[in-house]
Design a protein around this ligand. Structure first.
Ligand code: ZN
Length: 275
């Protein structure tokens, strides 16, 4: 599943090709993805200029004066900017066509999603879509730090890993990055969130920021279904410290890594390095 770094990589890859473009038409090859595509997408988007592409959590927003197209890549979605005459492949569900440039070349923003867990929705101007309401701060923003985690965790008995993956606490820290950040911060993933000190939460917030920043710089993890805008996969997987390494030696102390389900999610950690 594309995680926050892949979505941010997608945003940065699309930005120079999409921002400032005017939409000429929208072609929906099916009426729905995970949810029905609302009529506003095809009715309001044509004629609008894409003012910006923003990311909120793992959603992308194409902002126009008429409102914003709200996209999620789901499990297997990808977005590519292509010449408009590029042959359609299986699972190419949506085309957002742009006006031709001065040389007569026309480009299309094409949404491919084999498993159709992605979505294309509409957020009216000056409204917040219900999917975006109630989300915690962005992990790379100044609003996310050790004090935030400490304050939100008081009285919480849930495992720290489950707490860290709660989108109301902080957005975009999925299973991979939660496991990696907890290893770097030296915190056991099963420890009760409410029992962790402010100092250790500062180390955890710093680890989350460092690892996400690094992953974005490297183009995200290598994921089977994910294709970055230029078609090149990231190569972060070889650098993973604990995620998917259960039973293998800890890269810090050499002891074998533990593996168990925590909050129904596969979790790997070092019982020596993480307390
Ligand atoms: Zn270790």
């Amino acid at each position: 599943m594309p995680e926050l770094p892949e979505v941010e990589t997608t945003r940065r890859g699309l930005l120079p090709h999409v921002e400032g473009q005017r939409v000429s038409s929208v072609l929906l090859r099916r009426p729905d993805l995970r949810w029905p595509i609302p009529p506003e997408v095809a009715e309001l988007l044509p004629g609008q200029r894409i003012e910006s592409i923003r990311r909120r959590a793992k959603y992308l927003l194409l902002d126009t004066h008429a409102g914003s197209a709200l996209l999620h890549l789901g499990m297997s979605g990808s977005l590519r900017v292509l010449p408009a005459n590029t042959p359609v492949r299986t699972h190419d569900h949506v085309d957002i066509l742009f006006n031709s440039c001065s040389l007569g070349h026309q480009r299309v923003l094409r949404f491919n999603d084999p498993r159709r867990f992605g979505c294309l929705l509409w957020q009216p101007t000056n409204e917040v879509h219900p999917l975006l309401a109630g989300l915690g701060p962005e992990p790379l923003s100044d609003d996310f730090d050790g004090d935030h985690l400490f304050a939100r965790s008081r009285g919480r008995s849930a495992p720290i890993k489950t707490f860290l993956m709660d989108q109301a606490v902080v957005v975009g820290v999925g299973n991979i990055y939660a496991a990696e950040a907890l290893f770097i911060a030296g915190i056991s993933p099963s420890r009760a969130a409410g029992s962790i000190s402010r100092r250790r939460y500062q180390a955890l917030a710093d680890a989350v920021k460092a690892i996400l920043t690094h992953a974005i710089e490297r183009g995200g993890t290598t994921l089977r279904d994910f294709i970055s805008p230029d078609g090149a996969p990231g190569y972060f997987e070889q650098e993973l410290l604990v995620y998917s390494r259960g039973g293998l030696p800890c890269k810090r102390c050499g002891r074998l890594l533990k593996q168990a389900l925590i909050g129904q999610r596969a979790s790997v950690w070092c019982a020596h390095c993480q307390r």
